[in-house]
Write a protein that binds this ligand. Structure first.
Ligand SMILES: *Cc1c(COP(=O)(O)O)cnc(C)c1O
Length: 479
């Protein structure tokens, strides 16, 4: 009897696989006919409390379960009406490449195989598009949260020397401090926590009316900390903040970092791919001066989740922070164990999937020009939405629209409750789905226009339904 986990009937699996693929194309080509999101019935949740499956279930039956209980209740980010949070929408090509990667099941920790060359090529493309020098290297990680964490670790090694890896922070005694905008993503603070430096060491610097960090205020904070005997080590610039799409003055921050001898990291989670749009690229000037850059291909790049990336100006810094060569990972000059780049030397992961393939397919089949156009389209829709908000007495814009994110509110006596109600009502109605945030302490409806499938009609629906649900929420309270 064979113990292989391969099927005994290949033809049956093949037929089932073809059905799945056909179903997926049906799904992707009819997104607009489906709701963005559906409330999940209790009966569906209840089906997920079962004992571990000791005995086999036919693939067709498990797939049927999936069709009934998982696929209809996904998070909605593919749908043209999805405008909540900062999420990519995927593409059919990305899906196919993900399938190919699954079939190959490559492990990109290291060794000599072409999947590594694919990742290397994507890193080279990004080095060229961002304008980093030939010394640069980069690799895929889960997302910008991890890429920002790596940036903090690189900065820490640069400030305290690579011995910090063995001795730990306590042995050094210096107290590190870092600087970023008040608008920075929360994962930057968490990166300092995970690095053992602590989030209290992160100075959240004030911003201007456009939510861009004030470089002079940052310089003053650095001077104050130096005077107090602390050790400034890192500036984190923002290329597209999560709430308002603000792009810091990256040139000013690069100058400040150079003058102060600090590591300059940029959180360009979604904004870095703005280099693909001529209009946004000029506003990103200075991005090419970063020591490290975190960004995601799964947002404005629309590669399937997950596809974060960290690009490092001088790959030697990555080696200094991460490389180890235990005997069981010995490097050879011939055979599978050869290879001149082992990604496990330049990042925290050993086993790594073939994330590069879906990005390689996405960039090659769509071309960077089309991706740039989709980015511009989102920014144009944001301006169209801002105009409609300005034209309505019942709505107010809560932050200047800088890119593709629009924060607005329904004007009323009780805006926190009413705007939260509107957002939940919109989600349940299933046509458009913005998210809720707070701008300067006030509840805001946040439309993040990332989806390449969104059109002006969706913007109209957002306005119309917001007004309907806003009026209803106000009346409900009055009644
Ligand atoms: C999305 C985002 C992050 C976090 O990235 P993940 O890929 O979700 O880990 C960080 N910063 C900004 C500005 C973001 O938009």
């Amino acid at each position: 009897m064979t113990t292989s986990l391969d099927p005994s009937d290949w033809e049956a699996v093949r037929a089932q696989g073809h059905r799945m693929l056909d179903d997926l194309f049906d799904h992707l080509s009819t997104l607009r006919e489906q709701p963005v999101w559906r409330p999940i019935p209790q009966e569906v949740r209840d089906r997920f409390h079962t004992a571990p499956p000791a005995e086999p279930t036919p693939l067709s039956a498990v797939y049927q379960d999936y069709r009934e209980t998982v696929q209809p209740y996904a998070g909605g980010n593919l749908h043209p009406g999805f405008m909540g949070w900062v999420q990519g929408a995927g593409t059919p090509v990305g899906m196919l490449a993900e399938m190919l990667a699954g079939g190959l099941n490559a492990n990109l920790g290291g060794r000599d195989h072409m999947p590594i060359a694919v990742e290397r090529q994507v890193a080279g493309w990004m080095r060229d598009l961002i304008g980093f020098p030939a010394t640069a290297g980069g690799q895929f990680v889960t997302g910008a949260s991890t890429a920002n964490f790596i940036g903090v670790l690189l900065a820490r090694s640069r400030a305290l020397g690579p011995k910090i890896r063995r001795k730990g922070l306590a042995a050094d005694g210096r107290r590190l401090t870092a600087y970023t905008s008040k608008g920075a993503h929360a994962c930057v603070a968490r990166a300092l926590e995970m690095a053992g430096i602590g989030s209290e060491a992160l100075r959240l610097i004030a911003v201007d009316a456009d939510h861009r960090v004030l470089p002079d205020a940052m310089a003053a904070a650095i001077a104050e900390d130096r005077a107090a005997g602390l050790t400034p080590f890192l500036i984190v610039g923002n290329a597209g903040t999560v709430d308002t799409g603000a792009i810091d003055d990256l040139t000013a921050l690069a100058d400040l970092a150079a003058a102060e001898g600090l590591w300059f990291h940029i959180d360009g989670a979604y904004g870095a791919l703005g280099v693909l749009s001529a209009a946004i690229a000029t506003r990103l000037a200075g991005i090419e001066r970063a020591d490290s850059l975190a960004f995601d291909f799964h947002k404005w790049g629309h590669a399937p989740y997950d596809a974060g990336f960290v690009l490092v100006r001088d790959e030697a810094d990555s080696y200094a922070t991460f490389s180890q060569v235990p005997a069981y990972l010995g490097r050879e000059t011939r055979g599978i164990a050869a290879g001149d780049w082992w990604p496990c030397d330049t990042g925290p992961d050993l086993s790594r999937g073939f994330r590069a393939l879906k990005v390689w397919f996405t960039l090659r089949t769509l071309g960077t020009t089309a991706i740039g156009r989709a980015i511009d389209q989102g920014c144009d829709l944001a301006q169209a939405l801002a105009r409609r908000i300005a034209a309505s007495d019942e709505l107010e814009l809560l932050a200047p629209v800088q890119l593709n994110i629009v924060c607005f509110g329904y004007r009323c006596a009780d805006p926190n409750r009413v705007n939260a109600t509107i957002v939940a009502d919109l989600h349940e109605a299933g046509a458009v789905a913005p998210s809720l945030t707070r701008i300067d302490g006030r509840a805001a409806i946040r439309a993040a226009l990332f989806n390449h499938r969104t059109t002006e009609a969706d913007i109209r629906t957002l306005i119309d339904q917001t007004l309907t649900f806003g009026r209803r929420a106000v009346q409900a309270r009055a009644a």
